[in-house]
Design a protein around this ligand. Sequence first.
Ligand code: LMR
Length: 333
Amino acid sequence: MKRRDALAAMGAFAVAGSQQVQAQQPITIKFSHVVANDTPKGKGALKFKELAEKYTNGKVKVEVYPNSTLYKDKEEMDALNSGSVQILAPSTAKFRPIGVPEFEVMDLPYIFNGQEGYEKIVDGPIGKSLFKKLETKGITGLAYWDNGFHMVSANKPLLMPADFQGLKIRISGSKIADLYFRALGALPQIMAFSEVYQALQTGVVDGCENTPSNYYTQKFFEVQKHITNSQHAHLQYALIANGKFWNGLPGPIRQQMDKAAKEATDYSNSIARQENVDALKAIKDSGKTTVHTLTPDQVKAWKAAFKPVYKEAEDRVGKKIVDDLLKSAGISV
Ligand code: LMR
């Protein structure tokens, strides 16, 4: 072999070798979220990692970053857009900054008739239409993850609408939550989840709303003397991926990832209820706060105060989606 041919052969060998190395490099997925590992979403993310790595035989590696360790609320959406992370599961209250405020319709107070009512909406045409809107933003909606109904808290009992008068209440971003707390006479303030504990502790805000699993794992119950298990609104997440990344996955890997996402969803949704029951019990057992349940008359008074919110919501998220949801939920205003 002439020297030139020999060099060419060596070069070809080197290219083939590097392609082989590249083929063996796992595809790395960053999955960022803001809650603790020990919550329905935290456990769902870890299950997704386990299944994705198993089904792809290690061709995909998932790095889970819980508790805002990589990005906080707003930053994580920017990071998904730019491709710095590939998967998130933000609450549906946090989609306004990326231009799909319609998700907030699911924050309407007392809108879901229990668990069944919630599932009917996310699994039905409304859940699907919201994911369609996401596609136009370059984001793929994979599934909805459940985290149950909200409680609300302060350092005084919150039993009647008048109890909220003038209280500063942290909200996560939804303009619908803004409306319903204003309807109770409170002053809602948007704040990143990672900042809530300190804000409650130092009195920057007087109160907040969240589900038992978040109250427990973030220790909000230690800095709030009274919690009302009002179940006035529901917390759900959208498991979402950077569309270019997800749709660009090689065929077989994409199928394995779809399977991992589906099974992680079933798992997370199946544990959500019990996780919240256990967290509520742990909060009560701690003796650090008092948990109140509303009487039917108190619920009636809250619902009366919320009445104008359904109409006002039209300006915030659009008349059609509000009408559709009210119709599906069987609520007339
Ligand atoms: C919040 O910010 O209150 C929640 O959405 C956090 C979460 O992801 O559960």
